[in-house]
Design a protein around this ligand. Sequence first.
Ligand code: AMP
Length: 417
Amino acid sequence: MQNIDLYNFKGKKAFVRVDFNVPLDENGNITDDTRIRAALPTLKKILSDGGRLIIASHLGRPNKNPDPKYSLKQILPRVSKLLGVEVQFAPDCANAHAEVDLLKDGEALMLENLRFYAEEEGKPRGLSDDATDEDKAAAKKAVKASQKEFTKMLAAYADAYVNDAFGTAHRAHASTALIAEFFPDDKMFGYLMEKEVNAVDKVMNNIVHPFTAIMGGSKVSSKIEIIENLLTKVDNLIITGGMTYTFTKATGGKIGNSICENDKLDLALELLAKAKAKGVNLVLAVDAKAADKFDNDANTQFVDVDKIPDEWEGMDIGPKSEDLFADVIKSSKTILWNGPTGVFEFENFTHGTRVVGAAVVEATKNGAFSLVGGGDSVAAVNKFGIAEGVSYVSTGGGALLEAIQGIELPGIAAIKK
Ligand code: AMP
């Protein structure tokens, strides 16, 4: 693989896979352009070298070609504005040779949504509800066969391939992974991807101890693989959020109406035993902010986490747990944070998540490396305005979660190969 910083794009056509899957309102206006901004360093480097930039992305989950609701044309003006050049547009990503050939050094072209073609994902479309297993297998085989042609055709546009789409790195799609084999000497990560890969490396491989992972969120079942993998790496594992109560109930506590996965009680006990066997300090809340209904304006009281009265439910951690978590976090040199400590969408139940955030920021100030990632924790750091105070906020939700499960992401493996 090449290093983007050392690569000279002068006169070269560069196919750059970005993740411009930005949220749009009902009128097609971008409501958050973070993903576009995140790719700018890579795009600007190629243009300033005098390269010919081909920008490729998906947007949403279209099921047909074309589908104006998911057209990337809607975001073209914003991309041009942020990039500072007028970006051309190819309305059919699979027939863009004419537009590519017109590109001059230092010019940019954006392809229409790659997912307008089923071949991008390699998943069959349009199967009727009564399709048999044979029909499904035949349709899958057909799309896989045409996926090779589609990939080859995309690759033919360019001299170099740059993957800057961490958000889709966990997908083995045509433009995110398969295409890389056509550029054995000219494939590389973009700057954003490089930052993501380095951040993951710091919590998975090159760990400075003590390492604390904070896993919040609602369900143990959705985080089980991650927790299992983290138990082989961390010194401290804080399990918080709605997951707390499955553990509390499993160990005989009273949890009232708190969220609980009754079929995961044995699993919770197993995880406690595994942590003990591995010498991991598994930290659970000792108190809760309980509410008499699932509502921001509910009546509340602080109670021991294992003595939640009937009809009440734990909605956030209490002050004793806040101190306990903050002490562990502040004594750490590596921190991974995924998921809130409570129902942080309700203002009255944000306190625990805020205290955890402040502790992560303080530890970072004192030299710890902190990575925040995965859906809700990113929303939390943005909501509380502390993104600047942590070492890195990942742009990849699902991709980051798979990476911290220890899975090698296809988009990353294809470049490294
Ligand atoms: P996840 O998507 O699994 O990361 O979970 C995030 C969600 O967990 C957020 O929407 C929180 O509102 C929710 N959550 C956190 N703590 C609790 C709790 N104590 N009871 C119910 N939901 C919770």
